[in-house]
Ligand binder design. Structure first.
Ligand SMILES: [Zn+2]
Length: 383
């Protein structure tokens, strides 16, 4: 993992927030760290005698975020919220918004409370491929603990308030933050932190490099040119736009044995489910109509098994794996289809690598449902 830090650029920054923008953009430049809106960053700074957390606002990408993309939230409010016994994510968002010192700023990230709890000035959070690949393998928790003995490793918890609360409970008494090199959220991602922006960034690069080297050694993937089978993509009239992927990676992925079982094991990091759904459409024998019918029935069954009062999302697939042909992503716009293709591309590599570590294993189906039907996402639909 390349360290992109440039002293000359960093020295141009004249404030905490400026430097925060600079290192956020650095993290955003590596798609092995974050993709399309993934990850979040923050800096704690004094404003008119009050401690403020500047945290990534929702709707911004780390690669292009600017100062106005950060939400300034009062630290004291965030720390009070961390100690609450229960809080719905919708109430959390409302209270965070009310504690912003600039009402025109974007909504703070749902991880704002977690950023506030970490007692260091600069906090970086990514969904680094190498970390989640190892984490999403059958022995993932053990492998991560062995590779990162000085990290706090948290078994999977849904992002949002309950994750912040869990870390608050684990660290509020007698926790040695000084000897904690970072936090790894199982099946989700990694946090690094420091009072120095450069050091926090370097800790991220070093940790991810360690994970990459482990994978290079223990789970190498060879990509060779394969011949693709014929397939009429016009049979897939799902959305207006498509991204057809027949790269060696996509072809290798689509030509695995036991294709359906291999490619339907869930997402790489929880928020991907909002873009890709938990599983793709799998076409093994060319009967697209039948495959699509089965996909929708299975989706409705999944929805009915876990729903309470949620509104069902569009039951159509977001992407398809076509046996010996490749992968096709769908979108209402070309941009959406391209974004899904990016997410799926990173997932394909991770799945095949994790299989070399003993088997890919993502979050459970109920946990997937909780994420896909998160109240914050449902609230957007109900509006
Ligand atoms: Zn995350």
């Amino acid at each position: 993992m390349k360290n992109l830090w440039d002293d000359k650029e960093a020295n141009k920054c004249t404030s905490d927030l400026d430097l925060r923008v600079y290192t956020s953009n650095l993290l955003g430049q590596s798609d092995e760290l974050v993709l399309h809106g993934g990850g979040n960053t923050s800096v704690k700074s004094m404003v008119n005698g009050e401690e403020i957390l500047y945290v990534k606002g929702s709707g911004w990408d780390l690669i292009s975020i600017k100062a106005e993309g950060f939400a300034p939230v009062k630290m004291c409010t965030l720390l009070e919220m961390a100690a609450l016994e229960t809080l719905s994510d919708s109430d959390m968002v409302r209270q965070q918004k009310a504690a912003m010192i600039d009402k025109d700023a974007p909504n703070p990230s749902v991880e704002a409370i977690l950023h506030a709890i970490i007692p260091f000035k600069v906090v970086d959070h990514t969904h680094a491929d190498a970390i989640v690949t190892i984490s999403n393998s059958k022995n993932g928790l053990k492998l991560i603990e062995e590779l990162f003995p000085n990290f706090l490793v948290i078994p999977y918890v849904m992002p949002g308030f309950i994750l912040a609360q869990k870390i608050y409970e684990m660290t509020k008494e007698n926790f040695e933050w000084e000897s904690c090199e970072g936090i790894i959220l199982h099946n989700h991602g990694i946090f690094t932190f420091d009072d120095d922006a450069k050091k926090s960034y370097e800790k991220m690069i070093d940790a991810v490099t360690l994970a990459e080297e482990f994978l290079e050694k223990n789970a190498p993937i060879m990509l060779e040119e394969l011949d693709a089978k014929e397939f009429d993509v016009n049979l897939l009239q799902i959305d207006k736009f498509m991204h057809i992927n027949q790269t060696p990676l996509a072809l290798k992925y689509a030509s695995q044995e036991n294709l359906r079982a291999s490619v339907t094991r869930g997402v790489l990091t929880p928020e991907h489910i909002l873009r890709t759904k938990r599983v793709p459409l799998v076409v093994e024998d060319g009967d697209v109509e039948d495959a699509l019918k089965h996909f929708k029935v299975a989706y409705e069954t999944y929805f009915n098994a876990y729903k309470s009062d949620e509104i069902m999302l569009d039951p159509n697939p977001k992407y398809a794996v076509i046996k010996d042909f490749g992968v096709i992503s769908f979108g209402k716009t070309q941009k959406e289809a391209d974004v899904i293709n990016d997410v799926v591309s990173h997932t394909m590599m991770a799945v095949m690598r994790a299989d070399k570590l003993g088997g890919y294993k993502s979050i459970s189906i109920p946990d997937s449902f909780d994420m896909e039907y998160w109240e914050l996402e449902q609230a957007k639909l109900k509006k």
